[in-house]
Design a protein around this ligand. Structure first.
Ligand SMILES: [Zn+2]
Length: 201
């Protein structure tokens, strides 16, 4: 078992070989986790939410589905949701430009920079930051087509369980948004990731 603790407004990475089970835990509640994945064998193959939306015919993740790569391969499956959800597959990571536009300055901590820092440690340096799966992010689409940005409703200890369908490296960031709308509640907090390796065969 490998456990990584991702501090508030930071990121980290962990290896998840094929067959391993991954728990992403919202330690203190109401905290969005941006999840990125790349093939351990080929850094040009990564989790793609646009492929996943197309392959599943859904805007948001659902237990039982797969998450697909930019080559339409199964990378992860969604095994169990120990949170009330929802989760997001529509939003890019927060980045320096977003905080600049919001008046908080480009030096504000952000998921894009935190992704770059963690991904760089495993030799993953894509030209653009891939759009992540935003676990616990509560941003539903209304019947009008508008996206409503709300605070996460996950409670302390809530988690999502994923299964690695190929040898993966996961990068996870604890989202840095601490401005209105408060998607991470009133305070940004940390995320824990626990990887259970497959039983030796
Ligand atoms: Zn963020």
């Amino acid at each position: 078992v490998t456990t990584i603790e991702i501090a508030a407004q930071s990121g980290g990475w962990v290896s998840a070989p094929r067959g391993s089970t991954i728990e992403v835990i919202d330690v203190e509640g109401q905290q969005v986790a941006d999840v990125f994945a790349v093939s351990a064998a080929d850094r040009s193959e990564h989790l793609s939410v646009r492929w996943t939306r197309a392959a599943t015919g859904r805007l948001f993740p659902q237990v039982g589905q797969f998450f697909y790569s930019n080559r339409a391969e199964r990378m992860l499956s969604f095994v169990e949701d120990r949170s009330p959800g929802p989760h997001d597959m529509l939003h890019a990571s927060c980045d320096p430009l977003l905080y600049q536009l919001l008046g908080a300055g480009a030096a504000h901590p952000n998921c894009a920079d935190n992704f770059r820092l963690a991904a760089g440690q495993v030799g993953w340096d894509p030209p653009d930051v891939p759009d992540p799966v935003n676990l616990f992010q509560n941003t539903p689409v209304l019947p009008s087509g508008a996206i409503d940005v709300r605070g996460a409703v996950s409670a302390p200890g809530d988690s999502v369980v994923l299964h690695a369908e190929m040898d993966l490296l996961l990068v996870v960031t604890a989202c840095s948004v601490d401005l209105d709308p408060f998607i991470n509640g009133s305070t940004c907090t940390g995320i824990r990731v626990v990887v259970h390796l497959p039983e030796a065969s």
